[in-house]
Design a protein around this ligand. Sequence first.
Ligand code: AMP
Length: 192
Amino acid sequence: MLNIVLFGPPGAGKGTQSNKLVETFGLVHLSTGDIFRYNIKNQTELGKLAQSYIDKGNLVPDEVTINMLQAEVEKYPEAKGFIFDGFPRTTNQAIALDKFLEAKGTSISVMLALEVNEEELMKRLLLRGQESGRPDDTDENVIRNRIKVYNEQTAVAARYYEAQGKYHAINGIGSIDEIFNRLSSVIVEKSR
Ligand code: AMP
């Protein structure tokens, strides 16, 4: 199996690149943010719980997120592999994912970390807010908090993969195709 963690701050392009990677490599794309938004839209219990955290730009508690992600993986027993987008966002989530995959006889192949500076992130997120209407992209204070949460709680999770020799930094500035080519060349290398 080819299991990719697509990592990076909010606005780094994880969703855009995931869509292209899915087409090319035939993987299942799991975005915890998308799953939460789906649950919020449908007013499920999970959605109601997650909304208060998401509206402020804070992380949904690990236990809730981990259980949700595992249940989602179980829905695709035939998958050739997964792109985990927006998960893990804490070291605890990374540890839980490793244990879960190990029990299934598989593991993370690589972490691809998109690097984009803060000024560019703000620009992209505010633009996305105008286009997509995502409430957490329209309020500048919420965006700043999400970047702060990324720097304080999420960025450290990369070290976990670095220690395993699985971390690859990717320049996240450029055209969508340029960035896609950078990601693809690492994936092709890893799947040899
Ligand atoms: P995203 O679409 O990845 O930017 O996620 C939107 C929001 O969903 C985040 O700001 C968090 O509030 C929540 N979220 C998504 N993924 C996770 C995760 N792995 N752990 C905790 N909260 C998450």
